[in-house]
Ligand binder design. Sequence first.
Ligand code: ADP
Ligand code: 5GP
Length: 208
Amino acid sequence: MRQEFFVSRGTLFVISAPSGTGKTTILKRVMAEVPGLSFSVSHTTRAPRAGEENGVDYHFVDAGRFAAMREAGAFLEWAEVHGNFYGTSLEAVEAGLAGGTDIVLDIDVQGCRQVRAAAPDAVTLFIVPPSWEELERRLAGRGTDAADTVRLRLANARREMADADRYDFVVVNDDLERAVAAVKAVVVAERCRHRRDAVGLPLAIPRP
Ligand code: ADP
Ligand code: 5GP
């Protein structure tokens, strides 16, 4: 409704979680059920999993292409996660926000730190598993990763959990319905925030 009066800048939502927590599952539901949200498709050097589609889940690129994009300053943020490179297209995010679209980034804790520096008004949300045992069960049960990949992701989860305190919101993914409802509530509440557009500044990327 507010767009009848003026096109306000979109809100940047950042969602992180240790691998296997259920972030992708939750986000697919939230994207389908909340109108006006656009998912930022990252670039990655990781190989596609069964069922993943190029351009939908990720833009799958080789290491050379990723490095060229990084050197050209094409990423709002980028990081090496679990042995692969991942990055968010600056141009796509900026175009969406400038056009008034709310953008969702599914990125790791290192990426979120970079986004906080570039866009202090970003809304950050961390999803946690109900327990370590359940995280291990979900990672193994997903059946998409080799045993050594699961071990690496579990080891990294301990480090990632240490960043939870830096996020604006924390949601526990115990019951899926409850977690989906909580993430949707955050989006809806942020859209109602008074004078949010007053702080919506263009992204400022610190250059080395
Ligand atoms: P992530 O994107 O965080 O790595 P996924 O969305 O791929 O995690 O979920 C990991 C596994 O856990 C999947 O098999 C998914 O179906 C399952 N899962 C997700 N949420 C729940 C939940 N609340 N309860 C039980 N299993 C879940
Ligand atoms: P997966 O390989 O399971 O899809 O993702 C592994 C991790 O990489 C997840 O924590 C996910 O949020 C993160 N990730 C995905 N895309 C990006 C990105 O563009 N930048 C950063 N920093 N992390 C990402």
